[in-house]
Design a protein around this ligand. Sequence first.
Ligand SMILES: Cc1cc2nc3c(=O)[nH]c(=O)nc-3n(C[C@H](O)[C@H](O)[C@H](O)COP(=O)(O)O)c2cc1C
Length: 209
Amino acid sequence: MKNILPFILAVALCSCAGGGETKSAAESAESGNAVIETIMARRSVRRYKPQRVERDVIARIAECGINAPNGQGRESWEVRVVDTPELIAEIDSAYGSYALRSGNAKAPRQALFGAPVAVFIAYDTRYDLSQVDCGLMGENMILAAQSMGLGSCCLGGLCRFINSEEGAPILARLGLPETHKLLYAIVFGYPDESPAAKERHMDKVKFVE
Ligand SMILES: Cc1cc2nc3c(=O)[nH]c(=O)nc-3n(C[C@H](O)[C@H](O)[C@H](O)COP(=O)(O)O)c2cc1C
């Protein structure tokens, strides 16, 4: 009896503290947290269902985008939404022939991965932090889309092409002001794949004391 007394005491103490399942501060703040679940579930989607996305859904996603923090409240971005099959086909075809000519075997056959919507984001060349504004705006859109069951993928390579001499006709179609330069695009649509999460490296994050 004497030998098992410390054991009984330890079990009693543990059950007082919730059966030993003490939660960290982060775990307590996170449980049932839809924002964190949305962030952690998001992946870049490169295959979409042909189903179109209603304009009011896209408009709401864009509204979430422009509610992002932005330097000096300038809203320094310019945003162009492309959702007509005609213009999407035009972009696919222009990018496709460029990729073929440049011998890029890895280039996707469809520039927009078959997504029904592409949002093009341009930054204000007169404002040094405009690219930050554009990045924050895009992530707001991506997370809003994810929370509404839509997938997304950022496209930098496509915009490099559109900014090149060969992409000039497409750039002209976007009707950006001279003050702005196309930075990147994000495609949206109903996902037709569920990619696994890529590894992340927490050692890039350091507490400095
Ligand atoms: C600025 C930027 C440009 C990107 N450009 C491309 C691109 O041109 N083509 C592509 O397939 N993915 C592109 N991506 C998606 C990344 O490859 C992807 O986010 C990264 O591999 C991490 O994977 P995850 O989004 O599934 O977590 C881009 C992402 C960012 C943020």
